[in-house]
Ligand binder design. Structure first.
Ligand code: GLU
Length: 324
């Protein structure tokens, strides 16, 4: 009897061990994370899809499954994280700063906002129809300009620029609020003269517009812009390289931000740790998923453009790597 009992105990322990090794992520342990992105013709959408691709590769071991739907952009993503509808999201560095400090679109400081890492640079990109003759910021006056959907980062940054110029939307003959995915066709159909997009390059929306209608990138480098860059640490001058888009052979100087990946302190440390690990353990593969990621380095990604504190789960991975 005694021997039998022992055998049964040993057997059941061995079985439990086997079960926990082969299927560590039981159905009840599965966690689903949702990452907020942007319009499908932008780069945020690719960021979300790429992070999820890395996370889902190790879903068997980590028990974490990821999806990244299209959203209205930076402000919508942070609001989604605040409400718990999203677990993580992509947001411009200026929007991250304003959310954490309770400025601009955010009435209250979002104290539990956390940085995870930053990504590519995003110049404020104004693309105008050639026949609208827009070659400078001042030429936008009296024109039909898409200032972006509420919830988008371009709308937030356009409001900063308009404010600094002493403008409101009445300086335009029309100010439209089309979402990122609708702007290029509106430009081509002559429903607007110019579109504003804070976005990494190259991207699908500017490619689509420049190949369907004669259009030019507008330099944004007057004294007002330089004043913004001097005043705010998250703005810097930036250049859209010549030759990237049809009909735009010359470099164009503008200003911009960085895309950042954010979450909430309420999101489990292990979930953020596993997400960060999935990206950086497969970093070369990740970087190949979009040309805007080509020059990313871990050192820049954990230090630049981040105003909210790093999430504890992210810190744990960066410390393990000796990066912090
Ligand atoms: N910067 C834009 C925003 O915050 C999105 C750009 C993109 O989708 O790549 O809404």
């Amino acid at each position: 009897m005694k021997r039998h009992a022992l055998t049964a105990a040993v057997l059941s322990t061995a079985l439990m061990g086997a079960v926990s090794v082969s299927t560590p992520a039981m159905a009840q342990d599965q966690q689903y994370i949702t990452i907020g992105t942007g319009g499908q013709t932008g780069v945020y959408y690719v960021v979300g899809q790429s992070v999820c691709r890395m996370v889902n590769r190790s879903a068997e071991e980590s028990g974490i499954r990821c999806n990244a739907p299209s959203t209205g952009g930076s402000v919508a993503n942070i609001n989604g994280i605040k409400s718990g509808e999203l677990n993580m999201g992509v947001a411009q560095s200026d929007v991250q700063f304003n959310a954490y400090n309770g400025k601009a679109q955010f009435d209250q400081p979002m104290e539990n906002l956390r940085s995870v890492f930053s990504l590519h640079g995003e110049p404020l990109t104004i693309l105008a129809r050639k026949d609208a003759n827009i070659d400078s910021i001042q030429d936008l006056k009296g024109k039909r300009v898409n200032i972006g959907n509420p919830g988008s980062g371009q709308r937030a940054t356009m409001e900063v620029l308009m404010d600094a110029e002493g403008w409101d939307t009445s300086v335009f003959s029309l100010s439209s609020e089309l979402g990122a995915a609708e702007m290029a066709s509106a430009l081509a159909d002559n429903n607007i003269d110019a579109m504003a997009y804070v976005v990494g390059h190259p991207n699908g929306a500017i490619q689509e517009a420049t190949t369907t209608v004669a259009s030019n990138l507008v330099p944004l480098n007057d004294d007002v812009v330089k004043g913004l860059v001097d005043e705010f640490p998250y703005y810097s001058m930036s250049t859209i390289p010549g030759g990237m888009y049809e009909g735009n052979p010359d470099d164009v100087e503008t200003f911009g931000v960085r895309a950042t990946f954010v979450t909430s302190a309420d999101v489990d440390d292990e979930v953020v740790y596993q997400t960060v690990k999935a990206v950086f353990d497969n970093f070369d593969r990740f970087k190949r998923l979009h040309p805007a990621f080509a020059n990313l380095t871990p050192q820049d990604m954990i230090s630049q453009g981040l105003s909210a504190p790093l999430h504890e789960g992210a810190k744990r991975y960066y410390k393990e790597q000796g990066w912090l």
